[in-house]
Design a protein. Structure first.
Length: 430
């Protein structure tokens, strides 16, 4: 990517909301200037209001092009990776100059650990975020967008991490949250939503997005999930994911490769954009290769890359990796793979379970979808240049079957019985 500090192209006409405030950049350390089309970088829009349906000028019925946020890179401090002189600031706030204005209060998101699981292989453990997933980085930014647009609440179509996170950040910001999910959502997610006071409406999957549109139109809620045929989602949200790249570089420098569990590709794109910015700013000397890791039951990004098209639709099959099993890709993912020189991988449930078990053996319990990054690395079996980072997106508590089993049955407490059970488990043998 190129992030020349020269002036942006003249702004194009953008859809405007007469009730949405235009917030001065001086009210925030953010250096955000405008929104820019991924379909044509010459097409730009004002920073406010946030576009929620992709680029209206370049998108067609066949292709939905997202927009991204452009910044005044000439003003990025030279010590950006050290916090830009903002001593003691942590999490997303540490990176505020290269984020949209963070108007919503945070919950301590970001600053997650990078755990070395073997020589030169690191796990970026996003389960340590406030609602146990990477989505907290995105929702700090999307709820900020809702506040900036003057919305009374947010609406999200999700039965997983995204819904739980959106509800938390909405509650923190004093906004209402409507979650269009399914009756079969994971128990942990349902517990999060109940605790945060979200309005939860379990509806059939194909009804979620039309209902999201109606809630936006009638109640003025800000959508924090997708409204287009091929995923564009929030213009602001993926910017929050750039901070994963910033944190990795601050900890170990630029790795050789990063493996990312991939659904619609927002996380993949955000991480790639973060590395690209640091490279163009002269803060790293290489852009890591990104490897998207999708379930083999679908894999729309891998299909799009293979066909050389910006977006595609696939039939999805059954998998327990529900969080990344998507029928369509976003152009963002294609951009991330092409810019980084990486590859799009597909993995079966057996590979995902093996990676999940490997991490559990090291004391880290992750959602099956979250194990896709390590599964992708194992698939390539040493083909990549190190050091390598595998992103793990969420906690094992979020799996759809977690909590569905029964507690272990009581055992005879006599020493003879306990000793026998331990020996059977291989303890004390030899």
């Amino acid at each position: 990517m190129s992030i020349s500090a020269s002036a942006l192209p003249p702004e194009s006409a953008a859809p405007t909301d007469p009730h949405a405030p235009v917030l001065p950049l001086s009210s925030s350390p953010s250096l955000a200037l405008a929104q820019r089309s991924l379909g044509d970088a010459e097409v730009t829009y004002p920073l406010w209001p946030p576009l929620t349906r992709g680029c209206p000028r370049t998108s067609t019925a066949q292709v939905s092009y997202p927009v991204e946020v452009a910044y005044d890179y000439a003003r990025v401090p030279a010590d950006f990776l050290d916090g830009g002189g903002r001593k003691g600031v942590r999490g997303l706030d540490r990176w505020a100059p290269l984020l949209p204005p963070l108007l919503a209060p945070g919950l301590g998101e970001g600053a997650t650990p990078l755990v070395e699981i073997e020589g030169g292989v690191f796990l970026k453990d996003e389960s340590r975020n406030p609602t146990w997933s990477h989505k907290d980085r995105l929702n700090r930014v999307t709820v900020s967008a809702a506040l900036g647009a003057g919305a009374p609440g947010v609406v999200v179509a999700s039965s997983g991490n995204h819904g739980a996170s959106a509800a938390a950040y909405a509650a923190r910001a004093g906004l209402r949250c409507v979650v269009l999910g399914s009756a079969g959502m994971p128990p942990a997610v349902a517990s999060f939503l109940d605790a945060y006071g979200a309005v939860v409406l379990p509806v059939p999957s194909d009804e979620r997005w039309p209902l999201t549109e109606r809630i936006v139109e009638e109640f003025g809620f800000h959508p924090v999930s997708n409204l287009t045929p091929f995923h564009t989602g929030s213009a602001f949200g993926p910017e929050g994911y750039k901070t994963v790249a910033y944190e990795i570089v601050a900890d170990i420098g630029a790795p050789g490769a990063v493996f990312v569990p991939t659904g619609y590709g927002e996380l993949l794109f955000g991480i790639g954009k973060g590395f690209g910015e640091l490279y163009d700013l002269g803060l790293i000397n290489r852009i890591p290769a990104l490897y998207s890791c999708e379930p083999a039951t679908g894999g729309p990004l891998a299909s799009a890359v293979r066909q050389g098209v910006p977006v595609t639709r696939v039939e999805v099959g059954a998998t327990d990796a529900y969080g990344i099993n998507c029928p369509v890709n976003s152009f963002r993912g294609v951009v991330a793979i092409e810019r980084s020189g990486g590859r799009a991988l597909v993995l079966d449930d057996g590979q995902l379970r093996a990676a999940q078990a490997e991490l559990a053996g090291q004391g880290m319990w992750v959602e099956l979808s979250a194990a896709a990054g390590l599964a992708g690395l194992r698939e390539l079996a040493g083909e990549v240049e190190g050091p390598v980072v595998c992103v793990s997106t969420s906690s094992g508590f979020k799996d759809v079957h977690t909590g569905a089993g029964q507690a272990p049955a009581a055992v005879d407490p006599s020493w003879e019985s306990v000793r026998e059970r331990l020996v059977e488990a291989g303890i004390g043998a030899g």
